[in-house]
Design a binder for this molecule. Sequence first.
Ligand SMILES: [Zn+2]
Length: 350
Amino acid sequence: MNSPEFAIPVREPDQVGLDDTILPFAVEALDLRGRIVRLGAAVNTILTSHDYPAPVAKLLGEAIVLTVMLGSSLKIDGRFILQTQSDGPVRMLVVDFISPGNVRACARFDADRVAAAIAANEATPGKLLGHGHLAMTIDQGPETSRYQGLVALDGGGLEQAAHEYFLRSEQIPTRVRLAVAEEFRAGENGATRHWRAGGILLQFLPKSAERSRPADLDPGDAPPGTASHVVPEDEAWVEGRSLIATVEDIELIDPALSSEQLAYRLFHEPGIRVFRAMSVNAQCTCSRGNVETMLRSFPQEDRDDMVEDGRITVTCEFCSSTYVFAPDEVTAPDAAATQDAAATQDSASA
Ligand SMILES: [Zn+2]
C-alpha cells in the first residue's frame, strides 16, 4: 500500500464559498488541470474606483479574471501584465498581477464611441475591443529578460483570444470561461450594487507519450497515396471541454455556490482533486514617493506645464489615488543630491 494516493484525504466539497480566491484542481483520470477564480471585493474595489460605463467595467472585469487566472499559474516572483491595444471603442485594457496575489487594472476608451455602441446595443466584449492585439508580459525585475506573448484580437472577446493563444503559442488544449456581473443587494438606504466576477480555466496536459503525440509519423510501409493519419481529439479532452461548455455565468459568480462545489459538480464522476486555494487582493503599487521620483525625472518645462492653481496634481490611472505637490517639492534632484552623485562618481573613478 505505498500508492501515493493512500494518504490523500477524501472529503465533501466545502459548502462555504470564499471570494477573492483561486482554487487549483486536477482531474487525474482525464489528465486535466485547471483553476477556478472567484472575485468579490477585489473586483468591486477596482471597478468602483473608476467611473467607467458598465460595459467597459464588465470587459475590464473579464480581463482581471483572466489575468489572475494566468498570472497565478506562473511560478514567478514579479509582475504579469495583460494588455490589449485595439481599434474598438475600448482602445486599451491593462491589468497587472503582482505575485503572490495583488491585482490592479485600468481601461482607456473613447466615451462617445462607447455611448454609441451602448445605444446601438452593440457593447459586446468583441465589439468594444475591435481588432488589434493582446499582449502578455512577464516582468521579474531589471535583472531578468522580459517574456512577451502576443495574440491577435479579431473581433472576438477575451475568451476567444485566450484559446487562440494557448493553441498557437503553447500548444496546450485550453478552455476558459469568464463571467462578470453586478449584484444588487437590498439595504436600509436602498439597493447597493457590487461587482462580482469568476472564471474557470481547463487544460489538457496528458502525462503519457501516447496521448500527447501530436500526430503519427508517416507509416514507411504504406503504399504511396495513402492519406496521412489525422489525430482525432483525445476523448478525455473532448469530455473536459464538453463539461466546461455547460458552465453558466451564474455558476461562476454565485456567492451561494462555492468554487469547490462547482468543481465537484463538473468533475465528480471522473474524480477531482483540489489544491490549497490562494487569495487575491486589489492593491495598487503607486505611492507618493514613486510619483515624486517620476515628477523629478521630468524636464522643468514639463513640470511647469503641469502646474494648475499653484499645484501639481497627479492621479493614478490604476486606482484613482490623487497626489498633490507644491511645484518646489518636486524640482529636479537638489544640489545636495547632485553633490552626492558627483561624490559617488569621484569615488568610482578613483
Ligand atoms: Zn495607484
